[in-house]
Design a protein around this ligand. Structure first.
Ligand code: NAD
Length: 480
């Protein structure tokens, strides 16, 4: 058994047995066996059981939140107000959305044929999820897939499998047939690769870091399997000189510190136009310095711990290395002492005085660290926002409608917020461009990802010798 530990307060919160490649093979077989029945159900039947699942999860919402907080170190408030309700909303959204797939109208696009578009389930989907929002990521992977009629084998991150197992248990109780949702546990290079490389997995859906995503894609490419990749982010937060400074400071703090910064869309790089720069740095540093860190279950705690001591050390190493290169720390930046030193705690940290090419600006840190840099012209602000390998999310802060219009058009990312940063809804797509991957989670667009489009063309003439056969038999079929 592998114990799952609470990275904030210590202690064991659960345990799982790691699966073997043979177990993965058995899970894929179960998913394959369940596919014909499940994909053959009318969408309304699948929707009914998904709605029962939503009810079941809502009845256990407090337990889900407690377990999610326990295995990740995130605050119970975040799990209660964001992770769990967001996940349940996803279930109800996909229950409805799968009944409303759209396509081109069936019609005669030439006089001799009626064309019909079908959207069909792809088959067995192998899904791999990260640890930052374990329940939500499991939902984003599983729901569009199963709502569309696929069956799945899902591997949660090895350090945070518990709420994914609760979800699978509730899906079973709600009436989702055996074999539709299969969970496998274990390490990425062993269990993940066995899943990605399995010959009978029709599609691989991965959310995680960019390097692992590339590895997953290369394994899937060996057999030409369809791939969906949601990868890392390094979201820019661009503050123009007409912005509401207070709103930008509050917004940057909330957007950088949500989930202790372990959010692929978190604000990580703030670019502030020169006239506001000093005041922004002072203001945001004050807010960061006021953040209380501690027991994630204490309602007065603002920020919990990182997911593991290894992640804390990684974040700390990023900041320490930047300091050695001349970075200035205006809040945080020092590992806590006392009982917090035992857990994976790292303080809310502001870094200034670095250049655009510094690793702390270019690379994903995944911690409560915000880098602030100045810019002069609008051109420069937008160019800096685009200057990393990532393209997942971004925000622009301005009251000038033309600046806002320009920013939403020219910043290359899967999402651009105007005067806010973070809110998401089940109806809208989430997914990146550039090094952040491709494909969409949530929304009707994710149903497109998990379905294959089929064109069915019906002859409506009943004629044996069709006019187009002239291409082959010119001398035997008269010209029109
Ligand atoms: P990770 O890439 O280390 O691991 C993700 C998953 O992949 C885990 O389940 C892991 O066990 C598995 N894995 C690891 N090596 C593997 C391999 N060789 N083959 C198959 N599977 C393997 O990522 P993480 O540290 O768990 O999560 C953080 C990352 O996830 C960040 O980069 C973050 O930006 C990204 N993320 C992206 C999104 C998005 O929607 N774009 C959402 C959440 C997290």
């Amino acid at each position: 058994m592998h114990e799952i530990t609470d990275p904030a307060m210590g202690g064991v919160v659960g345990a799982v047995t790691y699966d073997t490649p043979a177990d993965v093979d058995a899970a894929v077989h179960k998913a394959r066996a369940a596919f014909a029945d499940w994909s053959g159900q009318p969408p309304g039947v699948r929707a009914d059981v998904l709605l029962k699942l939503a009810d079941r999860m809502a009845a256990r919402a407090a337990e889900y939140a407690m377990v999610e907080s326990g295995q990740t170190g995130k605050t119970l408030r975040l799990a209660t107000e964001f992770d769990v309700p967001g996940s349940i909303d996803n279930v109800t959204f996909f229950a409805g959305a799968a009944r409303n797939l759209a396509g081109l109208a069936s019609a005669e696009y030439d006089p001799d044929h009626t064309s019909v578009i079908r959207r069909e389930a792809i088959g067995v989907v192998g899904s791999i999820a990260p640890w930052n929002y374990p329940l939500q990521m499991a939902m984003w992977k599983a729901l569009p897939a199963i709502a569309a009629g696929n069956t799945i084998v899902l591997k949660p991150a090895e350090i945070t499998p518990l709420t994914t197992l609760m979800f699978a248990e509730d899906a079973h109780t709600a009436g989702i047939p055996a074999g539709v949702i299969n969970i496998v546990n274990g390490l990425g290079p062993v269990v993940g690769e066995a899943l990605v490389g399995h010959h009978d997995v029709d599609m691989v859906s991965f959310t995680g870091s960019t390097p692992v995503g590339h590895r997953v894609m290369s394994l899937a490419a060996k057999r030409g399997a369809r791939v969906h990749l949601e990868l890392g982010g390094k979201a820019p937060f661009v503050v123009f000189d007409d912005a509401d400074l207070d709103a930008a400071i509050q917004g940057a703090a909330a957007a950088a510190l949500i989930n202790t910064g372990q959010d692929c869309t978190a604000a990580t790089r703030v670019y502030v136009q020169r006239p506001l720069y000093e005041r922004f740095v002072d203001g945001v540093s004050d807010v960061f310095s006021s953040i209380s860190m501690g027991d994630p279950r204490d309602p007065s705690t603002d920020m919990g711990s990182l997911v593991s001591l290894a992640q804390r050390d990684r974040v700390s190493a990023f900041v320490d290395a930047a300091v050695l290169r001349g970075a200035k720390i205006t809040a945080g930046g020092v590992l806590p002492t006392g009982f917090l030193a035992e857990g994976a705690f790292y303080p809310a940290t502001i870094v200034t005085g670095v250049t655009q090419d510094d690793p702390i600006v270019q690379e994903e840190i995944f911690g409560p660290v915000l880098v602030v840099l100045p810019f002069d012209s609008d051109d420069e602000g937008i160019a800096l926002a685009n200057d990393t390998p990532y393209g997942l999310a971004a925000s622009a802060w301005t009251h000038d409608v033309y600046r806002a219009m320009r920013a939403q058009r020219e910043i290359r990312s899967g999402c651009v917020w105007i005067n806010d940063h973070i809110p998401i809804v089940s109806e809208m797509p989430h997914g990146g461009v550039k090094g952040s991957g491709f494909g969409k989670d949530m929304s009707i667009y994710s149903l497109e990802e998990y379905t294959a489009m089929k064109h069915v063309s019906w002859d409506i003439t009943g004629v044996a010798r069709k006019p187009w056969h002239r291409i082959i038999f010119a001398d035997r079929i008269p010209a029109p």
